[in-house]
Design a protein around this ligand. Sequence first.
Ligand code: MOS
Length: 740
Amino acid sequence: MTTMYIGKPTSRVDGRAKVTGTARYAAEHRVSGLAFGWIVSSTVARGRIVRIQTDAASALPGVLRVFTHENAPRLARFDRSYRDEIAPPGAPFRPLQDAEIRFSHQPVALVVAESLELARYAASLIRVEYESSPVATDLEAQRPSARAPKPRPGLSGVPDPRGDPDAAWESAAVRVDAVYRAPPQHHNPMESFATTVFRRGDGRLTVYDKTQGVQNVQSYLCRVFGCSNSTLRVVSPFVGGAFGSGLRPQATAYLAVLAARELERSVRVSMTRQQMFSFGHRPATWQRVALGATEDGCLISILHEAVAETSRFEDYSEAVVFWSGLLYACDNVQLDHKVVQLDVATPGDMRAPGAAWGLFALESAMDELATKLDMDPLELRLRNYSERDSIEDLPFSSKALRECYRQGADRFGWSRRNLQPRATRAGDVFIGQGMATGIWEASQHPAAARAELSDDGELLVSSATADIGTGTYTIMTQIAAERMGLPLDKVTFLLGDSSFPRSPVEGGSWTAATIGSAVLAACDKLRKKLLRLARKLPASPLKHATPDEVVFADGWIRSAKDPARGASLIEILRQSQFHRLEAEAGAKPSSKQKQYSRYAHSAVFAEVQVDAELGTTVVTRVVSAVAAGRILNPKTARSQVLGGVVWGIGSALEEESVLDHGLGRFMNHSFAEYHVPVHADVREIEVIFVDEVDNFVNPLGAKGLGEIGIVGVAAAVANAIYNATGRRVRELPITPDKLL
Ligand code: MOS
């Protein structure tokens, strides 16, 4: 493939729209005659609504309706109608369908009024009486009730044990056996969830929604409300961050559509920041890792078990322990994942679900093992480097992790690190350095795209995917421009419309490969059509040319042998009397791809300063060396990894959703108390992309970057804190109280 655009640092094609405010987000679409909904949230975590007084609210002039479980229409009967594309097994929550309270902050009413302020005021007049039941929200206390989750579709289950882990553990010369804990976290994208439903005179609905999957939301709403795709369209051109929170349809979409249908009005419903803490958190997770090694540091047994929370009504699970089965070479491995049902909203996917917590535990344990062995932690990783995926027994499509270790260590200056903990002090601070490995899957799913060329030379490419800030608009524009040999500014990529060609939800770091491959396929089909037309032109200079004998460049098709012979795309269309020529095509993983194990890897190095008196930690430096196949756009790619590293720092030091186990309620549901890193917390971050040629992973040779950036960062920071202070903290976040 030529590289006019692919692989070049390219600024976001949607950057201008975003910084000038012309990009419309879900709550910003202008619709006339709009009514505004305000969600009333439950103040208890478990029980029943015994009485709900709405008279005072309803009586206010301008209040259109107060919807509660008592008057809301009864919607689809069966759970399967509510199960979206990525729903875990179980009975999805149905807002306003019964009196039962399943979690704190559950929506219990929707007030719809002529203005947002009025809806909010009216909501404050609603009185709800609950009969509340005792809650169980403490993972630790409920751990004895842990059981295997029902398998989640699309998620690799826990691999069977291999070898003889017990015997190997008994025979190990050096052992580490430790428990690691991670708290719940809530996604906090800048844009909160919102849905603007535009209702046309004929009753058809356009649902402007914040989502990672317009078609997922469309099919969910159509099943729940019993309508057809042709009467309900979902549109989501811009998303102000999502990180997994927008994978499943949200209550705003459900409630806004419900109100729009009942009131025969256009309706907008949005969530407050506090309500952003009412669904789909990263689950609190308890983990035990036991590593057995020979005296020279070869792993002979790995045991990794996890217990995570889920709700009472769905079995959410994620790949926490899976990675311990393939990251290092080891013959005897036992993995286990269990869930505990708590009175919480069903947890949900959050950036690198499973791996974020799983690698914190595994990579902390590896550091502990290195300490026991008196070995350099990096040397320990190299000694146990896996050349083959031992879970699937497959070769890797590519794996440049060794090079990540080498380049990352070089840049970081790892060789100058003091192996001795608590040995480097500068004034009031201890300085320490730590490292960890990261891994994330490089998957591809079936998807389709359409490419349309018009006779003014403009190419429009579309697919129903999303851009949650990752750069999808930009890389798809690059891919299409490259393939069609058109200047970047002649290509427009459109996404976020359920009427566009088929796309899965945007998640799992699979979008670059998934939609990118579909865009390639659509462009290839269009190229064939154009060549066919070109060959038929009178006195065609390309009369006998086959697809292999031509190149598409500068808006022309040219003979590869004789570039003077060719025709411009505009001329081909005009002379053939086409205003537009279009091609739609799908792409899916090939059977050849599946003969390889496909992962992205990283090596993360962190330096910290820990205040000897105050126990406060500053991460002064991070080097993240990433091997993710071909890097389509180094500029947006770097942003992805930077964001992941920042979140890793937050996970290590700050982020925690704190439950009051008496109330079953997340108490710090605001940015004042839920701490995320701010500029002052983030110092130097360096991102290295290690060359990795991958001819097997997918047609683009690219692995996704949305999640790999966060994986391993919390462990690298925890390991650096150990190196700085001699204190091993096995519970995130590592707040000052844990270091004093
Ligand atoms: Mo990502 S957690 O799959 O949006």
